[in-house]
Design a binder for this molecule. Structure first.
Ligand code: SF4
Ligand code: SF4
Length: 355
């Protein structure tokens, strides 16, 4: 059976205020928050962005969603988890301070920010799943205590997953630190010595201080590396390589299985929103300069994150007139969708409903 995916079309560079108003009308007209009941504690998961200069979902959308949840009697809060790498989002205190500096304070969104994985990212619950890589996954513990979930994701390219949207936001973004480590465990880059110019750029960007410069090339200390991929994205000399054959499939499988675990906590009580504007080659975690790779497309909403990501991907490629491999990274990027359907987690078959 086809899953309904609602589509609000945007003109290129359309104002967020206009798009947000259309999203509000869609949610009301289709009663998309009907799963949220009186007093339901509702986690609204998003990504606060790495810097104001980059692509991320702007706070006004969260304000509108929070108000819509409250109007149903729900009790919403904004939530995130700590990053694996050191930086301004690696613990609850710095992450919340960063979110405020990005404009996500209570005054702007009407929702408090509560981290789902505790002060240091290590508060987790074990969720049983029927996966192939895992029989259980480690999810941020607070989510298990909530009644409903709304996930608001920014569609971007991604150097290991191919693209990041709802599945990635659920799988990686709602995992505890251990869950994230498990997903990244095989994604380790290597330096190609003969290509390395010893320029030092990767050293500057590595969040783990895992790279040192030797006489003839950079060197990665595998034990410190968390597989974040900043070095790959920043090297201008193509001197950083991943073994994608062993990596992309493994990472995407693990992301999907973690996403499935998170969704299993909210049967009939979740909604997924993908924002397809300011689409960049790299995900919103990457700290380097924003590079828009496709025209703005709009906003897609669905109850099935698999159908939503499938529809989002296909719209990006159709609108840009290029494959995602041409727009971002040349890796098998559909794997996460196909694998999710294989696990019967969701459906890649969808009906696109323009609103
Ligand atoms: S950025 Fe690339 S070329 Fe420069 S030191 Fe690092 S690996 Fe070598
Ligand atoms: S992937 Fe590269 S930038 Fe990231 S931690 Fe490993 S060495 Fe550092």
């Amino acid at each position: 059976m086809s899953e309904k995916v609602y589509y609000i079309e945007a003109a290129d560079n359309e104002q967020d205020e206009l798009l947000c108003e259309k999203l509000k009308k869609l949610i009301e007209a289709e009663n998309l928050l009907e799963g949220i009941a009186e007093r339901d504690i509702t986690a609204v998961k998003t990504h606060f962005g790495e810097s104001k200069k980059l692509g991320y979902v702007r706070p006004l959308y969260l304000k509108m969603l929070g108000d819509a949840i409250k109007s149903r009697g729900g009790v919403p809060f904004l939530t995130e988890t700590s990053t694996l790498y050191k930086g301004n989002r690696s613990d609850a205190i710095s992450h919340i301070a960063h979110a405020h500096s990005q404009g996500f304070g209570y005054d702007a969104t009407g929702m408090p920010i509560i981290m789902s994985d505790g002060l240091f990212g290590d508060e987790e619950c074990v969720v049983p799943i029927r996966g192939k890589a895992y029989s259980s996954v480690q999810v941020a513990s607070l989510l298990a205590k909530c009644n409903a979930l709304v996930v608001v994701s920014h569609f971007t390219g991604h150097l290991a997953a191919g693209f990041g949207a709802s599945l990635k936001n659920l799988g990686m973004g709602c995992a505890s630190r251990k869950g994230k480590m498990a997903q990244h465990s095989t994604a380790k880059p290597k330096i190609v010595k003969k290509k390395c110019t010893v320029c030092g750029t990767c050293v500057k960007w590595c969040p783990q201080e895992a790279i040192t410069l030797q006489d003839d090339s950079a060197l990665i200390e595998a034990g410190k590396c968390i597989g974040c991929g900043e070095c790959l994205a920043m090297c201008r000399f193509d001197a950083v390589k991943y073994n994608w054959g062993a990596t992309y499939e493994d990472l995407q499988k693990k992301v999907v299985e973690h996403a499935m675990g998170v969704c299993s906590l909210f049967p009939g009580k979740s909604l997924f929103i993908n924002v397809l504007t300011r689409i960049s080659k790299d995900c919103d975690c990457m700290g380097h300069a924003f590079e828009k790779v496709a025209p703005d497309i709009g906003i897609l909403v669905a109850r099935d994150p698999v159908a939503l990501d499938a529809a989002s991907l296909e719209l990006v490629e159709k609108t840009a007139g290029k494959t995602l491999a041409q727009l971002a990274y040349d890796i098998p990027y559909r794997f996460q969708i196909d694998y999710a359907e294989e696990l019967q987690f969701g459906s890649r078959d969808y009906e696109l409903i323009r609103f």
